[in-house]
Ligand binder design. Structure first.
Ligand code: HEC
Length: 148
């Protein structure tokens, strides 16, 4: 009986850990979608005849805020080992310093984007939007699994 009770408790513990990981995965994927949506706003503006610098600046500010939160989106145990449907690669945790550097670099690029937008510098915004896009790509190349 006692053994059966322990087994139930252990199973419940594993189920809890799994659901916590699943929640973390769902939450970060939702946040990345928002990050992507803000970046799309900027790129759409840049394709427009006369880009709205205020809209670009606001979207860049939103990206900067989200970028600063990335470190909290990857609690230990929320990788593929949790059973959750995630493209987060194990390198996020095994190369934590590299991942942190990618996150900080990206956050800095979004801050620069906000700055050039505030200055009304369209050529600067175009160049900086490319740098921000490069930040997405370099992190994805190293820390995100390709789509299946
Ligand atoms: C510091 C690393 C990093 C940066 C910077 C980054 N991403 Fe990602 N991104 C990831 C990882 C890791 C995942 C996989 C998350 C998962 O599946 O659990 C991801 C997932 C996504 C997703 C998929 C969400 C889903 O529904 O599965 C989108 C969209 C996305 N990123 C867009 C972007 C865009 C756009 C940028 C740049 C503006 C960006 N990301 C910058 C690491 C990063």
């Amino acid at each position: 009986m006692a053994a059966a009770g322990l087994l139930v408790a252990a199973t419940a513990g594993a189920a809890f850990a799994q659901s916590a990981a699943q929640k973390a995965v769902a939450a970060r994927q939702e946040q990345y979608k928002q990050l992507g949506a803000a970046f799309k706003t900027i790129n759409d503006e840049l394709k427009a005849g006369s880009p709205d610098m205020a809209a670009i600046g606001a979207a860049a500010g939103k990206m900067n805020t989200l970028a600063g939160k990335i470190p909290g989106w990857f609690p230990k145990g929320s990788g593929v080992e949790s059973g959750a449907k995630t493209r987060a690669l194990p390198a996020i945790w095994s190369d934590a310093a590299g991942f942190a550097a990618a996150q900080r670099g990206f956050q800095a690029e979004t801050a620069k984007l906000q700055k050039v937008a505030a200055a009304g510098d369209l050529a600067g915004v175009r160049a900086q939007a490319r740098a921000v896009g490069g930040g997405c790509k370099s992190c994805h190349d190293k820390y995100r699994a390709p789509e299946k």
